[in-house]
Design a binder for this molecule. Structure first.
Ligand code: NDP
Length: 448
């Protein structure tokens, strides 16, 4: 979709000039601007209030040194980030990514997306994101702990249960959240819901671990049903084999689909009989091993080096759950050629703009990340509620609330797309519905 509105063209130029060397952030802003054109034309009051001009500039960006000592006694230095993007509708909320590819531009794109996603959940949460270029892979538990403690020693000055509540993301699972929570508690001498994704023994919510993957499948099920389709009997390809991929596999399978492929950053497995999820959980959640180990116990399955080949496997539904820009134009074309009719995103921004164009041109059902993977942060919001009332809800209660939120997100995307003349374009619907709530709140609160 080309950008035709002059105000948005000029504003995008300003964003590009002000944020050099941050292509992922520019990509995220461009996608949102393209779909907001009809809103800008219909709502001059929001333009006059400078809502978009303010929305593309984070409220606060924090960068800091994270020194720690490795097991050999050597000093290591990483860089830490927290970008508090927008607090118009609630305290800042968004995960912490630990991966060597992390730099300011990645955290900004994720924080920007988070603003719209959190708004779609209907819960009162603003948008933020944080992280570090630290790589937990290959580090001992003691090294991970020393890093997390050092990271939190600085981060604790900027967060709080009513101010900014971080959570997990790539590289940040239960182990890392535990170390960070312990350090926060020690430094501030307070036991509050300052992080989500906590362990069940110290304030975590049941179903938070499952939430993003389950929520992705709840959203996808609604999208399929609205178009006369279902998971039943379908072949599904899922990338990644981390938190989101594992629980998407579990839920899609329970909906009657067969998941035939999973991956990690080295390669992918193809098991035409359907992947053995218990084995994947053991390898990834317990032993922290590479996915290629799968074939040592499943000799009829195949392992292939490299990540992009997974999209050449014939499937009906594709659920990218690894990382940004993992599906490019060629991969999208391969999916279409092999008969795939739906793509729903568990990862953040996994499809390049060219790939999205291929989906839309070929009439694929496309569930964008902001909407489809919002179940994780929605359940984090439910964890915050439980922490505030010092109560724990049952798995069934949380799962039911998650399900209802995902259904309402799909409906919001569907009806916003219809209202603005783009029926069936759930990406436009997600951007518009997410934007409007934040925009109204920003306008009401004046020029801040
Ligand atoms: P995990 O760290 O648990 O798993 C990430 C998976 O993706 C791993 O299999 C990893 O492989 C693979 N991966 C990571 N980076 C790359 C890369 N550059 N190329 C190929 N594969 C890669 O993370 P999550 O499952 O939590 O997150 C996955 C995606 O979902 C991310 O985009 C995240 O932002 C998004 N998300 C997560 C939420 C959550 O609640 N966890 C909520 C909403 C979105 P390897 O082990 O080899 O690194």
């Amino acid at each position: 979709m080309a950008l035709k509105n002059q105000y948005l063209i000029d504003l995008l130029q300003t964003v590009k000039k002000r944020n050099p060397g941050e292509p992922e952030f520019i990509q995220a802003v461009t996608e949102v601007f393209e779909t907001l054109q009809p809103v800008v034309e219909k709502r001059p009051d929001l333009v006059k209030a400078g809502v978009l001009d303010r929305l593309v500039e984070p409220e606060r960006q924090i960068m800091f040194r994270v020194p720690w000592v490795d097991d050999n006694g050597n000093v290591q230095v990483n860089r830490g980030f927290r970008v508090q993007f927008n607090s118009a509708i609630g305290p800042y909320k968004g995960g912490i990514r630990l991966h060597p590819s992390v730099y300011l531009g990645i955290i900004k794109f994720l924080g920007f997306e988070q603003v719209f996603k959190n708004s779609l959940t209907t819960l009162p949460m603003g948008g933020a994101k944080g992280g570090s270029d630290f790589d937990p892979k290959g580090k001992s538990d003691a090294e991970v702990m020393r890093f997390c403690q050092s990271f939190m020693t600085e981060l604790c000055k900027h967060i709080g249960a009513d101010c900014d509540v971080p959570a997990g993301d790539i590289g940040t699972g239960g182990r890392e959240i535990g170390f960070m929570f312990g350090q926060y508690k020690r430094l501030r001498n307070e036991f509050t819901g300052v992080l989500t994704g906590k362990g069940l023994t110290y304030g975590g919510s049941l179903a938070r671990t499952e939430a993003t993957g389950y929520g992705l499948c709840y959203f996808t099920k609604e999208m399929l049903a609205a178009n006369g389709k279902s998971f039943e009997g379908k072949t599904v390809v899922i990338s990644g084999s981390g938190n989101v991929a594992i629980y998407a596999t579990e839920k899609a399978t329970s909906f009657g689909a067969k998941v035939v492929a999973l991956s990690d950053s080295n390669g992918y497995i193809y098991d035409k009989n359907g992947v053995d999820l218990a084995c994947i959980k053991q390898l990834k959640e317990v032993e922290r091993k590479r996915i290629k180990e799968y074939i040592s116990t499943h000799p009829t399955a195949e392992y292939h080096e490299g990540c992009s080949g997974i999209w050449t496997i014939p499937c009906d539904i594709a659920l990218p759950c690894a990382t940004q820009n993992e599906i490019n134009k060629e991969s999208a074309e391969a999916l279409v050629k092999n008969g795939c009719f739906a793509v729903a995103e568990g990862a953040n921004m996994p499809s390049t703009p060219e790939a999205i164009e291929v989906y839309l041109k070929n009439g694929l059902l496309y569930g964008p990340a902001k909407a489809a993977n919002a179940g994780g942060v929605a359940t984090s919001g439910l964890e915050m509620s439980q922490n505030s009332e010092r109560l724990s809800w049952t798995f069934e209660e949380v799962d039911k609330k998650l399900h209802d939120i995902m259904v309402s997100i799909f409906k919001a995307c569907d009806s916003a797309a219809k209202e603005y003349g783009m029926a069936g374009n759930y990406m436009a619907g997600a951007n518009i519905a997410g934007f409007l709530k934040v925009a109204e709140a920003m306008k009401a609160q004046g020029c801040v």
